[in-house]
Design a protein around this ligand. Structure first.
Ligand SMILES: [Zn+2]
Length: 273
């Protein structure tokens, strides 16, 4: 049985150190001579980073790093102790066995400063730049220029990840959060979106102190719960992945001691009820 302990809320900023191209696909091809447009919010027309792109990239990099890649398919062993399947989710059929998907990654939208910067861009494209890349035709060896739309260097997107902590058969998900941090580290040294080998998609994360919301916080609508609903000031995003830790008793996350204490209490309550 999966017992819900609480959620870890991680908020941060994704800073683009180079241009970023997350393709929208051919169905949404735009006018203006762009061969490959970026994905945009249909209402505001602002480029954004889909949560599925972030999570998918994190997952695939972690699969490579843990030697779980094979057959060209997404790895799913659905084992309860798998560094990939436990935090990143398994097939719906196995959710009952392993509990629900732990990691939820929200779509990342640009912050206000970034939108202001985009509005002043000297470009023919809306909120983006166009870059010409030569692609080699493998048959004719001719270099064909293609026009790639990309989000400009220096753009910042708001990141929010929610990691559900469950206790399943005596194993607490908190122990698996470290694999999420590993995936984020791999992402920083990899690339987000397309054309990574051409220098696109390099990014850095700046994170705020993570917040743990227990089942009780949700039941009572506590101050901690209310706080997570408020936007954070820019100064709050001060942690890099080098000093972002969820170690027990870590100065940056004093709540972890309590986190680790909760399971017994909750499990005990269930037994009495
Ligand atoms: Zn697995």
């Amino acid at each position: 049985m999966a017992q819900f302990i609480g959620n870890i809320i991680v908020r941060g900023k994704i800073e683009c150190l180079t241009g970023l191209h997350i393709g929208a696909g051919k169905d949404t091809a735009e006018i203006g001579g762009v061969d490959s447009p970026v994905v945009r919010d249909p209402h505001s027309r602002l480029p954004y980073i889909p949560g599925s792109s972030l999570k998918g990239k994190m997952r695939s990099m972690l699969e490579f790093a843990t030697g779980k890649v094979g057959g060209g398919k997404v790895h799913t062993c659905n084992k309860a102790d798998c560094a990939v399947c436990r935090p990143f989710g398994s097939s719906a059929a196995d959710e009952r066995k392993c509990g629900p998907t732990r990691l939820l990654v929200r779509d990342a939208y640009p912050d206000e400063t970034t939108v202001g910067m985009w509005e002043k861009l000297n470009t023919d494209l809306l909120y983006a730049e166009m870059k010409s890349e030569n692609f080699l035709d493998r048959i004719t060896s001719a270099a064909t220029p293609r026009f790639i739309e990309r989000v400009v260097k220096g753009s910042r997107f708001n990141l929010e990840m929610i990691y559900g902590v469950y206790q399943v058969d005596g194993v607490n998900d908190l122990d698996f959060f470290t694999h999420v941090v590993t995936a984020l580290r791999l992402l920083e040294d990899g690339a987000l979106g397309g054309n990574g080998s051409r220098g696109y998609g390099q990014m850095r994360l700046k994170l705020a102190d993570p917040v743990f919301l227990s089942g009780q916080d949700y039941r009572e609508g506590s101050d901690a719960w209310k706080q997570v609903r408020q936007p954070l000031e820019d100064q709050a995003f001060k942690l890099g992945l080098d000093n972002f830790k969820l170690n027990r008793g870590d100065a940056t996350c004093q709540a972890w001691d309590e986190v680790l204490k909760v399971p017994e209490g909750e499990v005990g309550k269930e037994g009495q009820g």
